[in-house]
Design a protein around this ligand. Structure first.
Ligand SMILES: Nc1nc2c([nH]c(=O)n2[C@@H]2O[C@H](COP(=O)(O)OP(=O)(O)OP(=O)(O)O)[C@@H](O)[C@H]2O)c(=O)[nH]1
Length: 148
């Protein structure tokens, strides 16, 4: 599974939302539910694209399923890759500043609004590059992106 006939691993496409709170630019992190790889790790909310789905549609669906909110538009900001033992993922990162609805943790996750450096641990390693860009954009030292 997940391997092409030539033996190269296929990418799993993932849509990820960086939700940014209007009043203080805080970032939303949530925990991975039990039963998934890296359960209990902190991540930006999101999930895998389904067949034929765009990144924007997948993100809208995932945020609704997981958090109970509805987003309007989402544009891809950055694309990164991470090679996990369980999957080679391609992460499509979208910044989201507007949504409707109240947060409701529909998969039993925890959520926290965070400033950089994050004070939750452990954080999924695939989120590291985007934390570096967010820190740079905020004029913070590189150490503000640390998840060690
Ligand atoms: N949502 C999210 N996924 C991330 C982040 N960083 C990162 O490496 N990933 C990886 O992207 C993949 C997301 O898949 P998932 O298992 O959460 O997706 P899903 O909700 O559609 O899962 P399922 O339908 O299999 O239950 C995982 O391999 C996860 O390790 C992140 O910050 N947020």
């Amino acid at each position: 599974m997940n391997t092409s006939p030539t033996g190269t691993r296929k990418h799993t496409e993932v849509a990820v939302g960086i939700l940014i709170r209007a009043q203080d630019d805080a970032l939303l992190l949530s925990t991975r539910p039990e039963g998934k790889p890296y359960a209990g790790y902190w991540e930006f909310p999101g999930g895998k694209l389904e067949a034929g789905e765009t990144v924007e549609a997948a993100l809208r669906r995932e945020l609704h399923e997981e958090l109970g909110i509805t987003i309007a538009d989402a544009e891809v900001w950055k694309v990164t890759e991470h090679d996990y033992p369980h999957a080679l993922v391609r992460l499509h990162w979208c910044r989201v500043r507007q949504w409707d609805g109240e947060f409701e943790m529909r998969e039993g996750q925890a959520m926290r609004w965070q400033q950089l450096p994050l004070d939750v641990r452990p954080v999924l390693p695939g989120a590291q590059p985007v934390l570096v860009w967010l820190a740079e954009e905020r004029g913070l030292a590189a150490s503000a992106a640390s998840i060690d």
